[in-house]
Ligand binder design. Sequence first.
Ligand code: G3P
Ligand code: CA
Length: 231
Amino acid sequence: MLVFAHRGSSGVAPENTLSAFSLALADKVDGIELDVQVIEGVAMVIHNNWLQGTTTGMGRLDQVSLDYCLTLDAGDGQKIPSLEQVLKLVAGQCLVNIEIKAHNAEEVVVAVAKKAVNEFGFKAEQLIISSFNLPALKRVGELAPEFPLGALTANIPLDYAAFAEQVQAKTIHLNRDFITPEFVDDSHKRGLKVYVYTVNYVEDIQLMLEMGVDGIFTDYPNRALDYLSSV
Ligand code: G3P
Ligand code: CA
């Protein structure tokens, strides 16, 4: 079962910052997960499309300048990183799940992902692009079929195989609250791998392992890796 550091090692460092991703790398995670929003045409790593809560700034991302965003503190003196900065830091050392949060982010994300393959030491199969926005994923697949796609869903679609097949997704990413053994088994029969978010407690990690889940997103990768190495 793969362990992805959700927004980096966000249980112990400010989420979606270079320090959270550095800690995840030090923990030897299988992968990191991050969220992309677009600010003035640049793919930036931040979960919400507003600044308050995770930074010292205020305002919606479509109403603020990139220069302003770059002055802000995203926690412990960290800045909001660009996708390019994070991929340069990771440099092919682990998988990266790039979650597209923004509208119209497909082109800019694909351009940075291609650059990461050409210049930062990644193989295309290490860069999983996911989104709740299926049309956006479909567009990514058209622009760059080399990157694996992850279909994100907060619940179980009635026909989830069709749901994932629409965008040719390799993985389906499901909320922990909805996962069942039947869902995992049936997804596997249909050739889909199952990744689950957000799995922070040892009891849940154990449960995911028993169900045959293929990957988890966790705020505490250290905890998950310690548990997995002990069983
Ligand atoms: O990618 C899985 C998970 O991160 C999706 O939910 O809100 O944490 O981005 P959220
Ligand atoms: Ca996410």
